[in-house]
Design a protein around this ligand. Structure first.
Ligand code: NAP
Length: 310
């Protein structure tokens, strides 16, 4: 039997998925019609990304799952019209990209690259960095992305701790959890990496109090979500020197408005939500596999816990 798959992501994504999804579906043994425009009553599956055409999921009575192209699902998880199972994206390409972004920016801070790259007076700055094994990095969030980044940093010899909701065990990483673990992760973090999802529990988690617990002169890298951080507290911490520098990839409002103070601080590097991108080829394999599972009555991969919000 053929299934109808509605592609409900912004238009510019269509070209790559129109190419990548059909072969992935065929490989999974799924006969399907994939389109951007299908009568709602006929839709069996919805491939979803924020900013697309669908906001009301109640008009799809036959839809058996909503398959997010994004890892972060904060824009859809509280949608009351959504009664179908929701899956999030866990994709090898997404993971690889995030590992590259995080290790690149950690190495920038660790090696003090800026002082050599931006050195207009040609000063001979003899200030060798410590070895990575002497540099403490904390990664908040030890999920698909955080754990991979923590392990990549540990493989470069960084002294890495990670923090998650539930206790975890990851080889080579000091795993922390709960309130006590949060404080311990902050207090050791010369470089702090945020890879938490945005939920009611994590919004504004990095506030003035949290920033004050970091070692003075710490650096922060946020490829998680903008609203994990209290923006004003961040600017205050940078102003006082409590935080030496921040690299921010995600913001409360995107694109970041031209007048936003983050663009105008020497102590902030803005990257335009490019830390990592779902790659159509590998992501299509997950979508096809989940449709196959659903049709076979098997449990879906990477189901979102609607109560937890991720
Ligand atoms: P994930 O697999 O769901 O992992 C989330 C991690 O955060 C888990 O370790 C989870 O703990 C932990 N966590 C959640 N709530 C917590 C809380 N209240 N206290 C402590 N730990 C908590 O997510 P992921 O795939 O790694 O993605 C993480 C986030 O990265 C996404 O939600 C998205 O916002 C962001 N992202 C950004 C980009 C970009 O380009 N900038 C790209 C992709 C994703 P447990 O392990 O105990 O569940």
């Amino acid at each position: 039997m053929s299934v109808n798959i509605l592609f409900a992501a912004p238009d510019f994504r269509w070209e790559e998925y129109r190419e990548a999804l059909p072969p992935a579906l065929r490989a999974a043994g799924i006969e399907a019609r994939l389109a951007r425009d299908i009568q709602p009553a006929m839709v069996d599956y919805i491939v979803y990304a924020p900013g697309g055409p669908v906001e009301d999921f109640s008009v799809f009575p036959r839809a058996r799952a909503v398959l997010s192209l994004w890892a972060g699902v904060e824009s859809i998880v509280d949608n009351e019209t959504l009664t179908q199972p929701l899956t999030r994206m866990v994709d090898a390409g997404l993971r690889e990209g995030m590992v590259e972004y995080v290790t690149g920016h950690v190495l920038r801070y660790h090696l003090g690259m800026d002082s050599h790259i931006v050195n207009p007076m040609h000063d001979w700055i003899f200030d060798p960095p410590p070895l990575a094994r002497q540099r403490r990095v904390s990664v908040l969030g030890l999920g698909a992305l955080g754990a991979a980044c923590a392990q990549a940093l540990a493989a470069l010899n960084f002294d890495v701790a990670g923090w998650s909701c539930r206790p975890r065990e990851i080889e080579g990483i000091t795993c922390l959890s709960g309130d006590e673990g949060f404080g311990a992760a902050l207090e050791r973090a010369e470089i702090l990496v945020l890879l938490l999802p945005l939920t009611a529990q994590t919004e504004d988690l990095i506030d003035a109090e949290a920033l004050a617990r970091l070692p003075r002169g710490a650096r922060l890298i946020n490829p998680g979500r903008g609203a994990l951080i209290d923006d004003d507290a961040l600017l205050d911490a940078l102003g006082s020197g409590q935080l030496a520098h921040a690299t921010l990839d995600v913001f409360r409002e995107e694109p970041l408005p031209a007048e936003h103070p983050f663009w105008h601080s020497e102590k902030i590097t803005v990257t335009p939500h490019v830390a990592s991108e779902t790659r159509a080829e590998t992501a299509s394999a997950l979508i096809a596999e989940n449709i196959r599972r659903s049709e076979a009555g098997e449990e879906l991969l990477h189901l979102v816990d609607r109560d937890a919000g991720y």
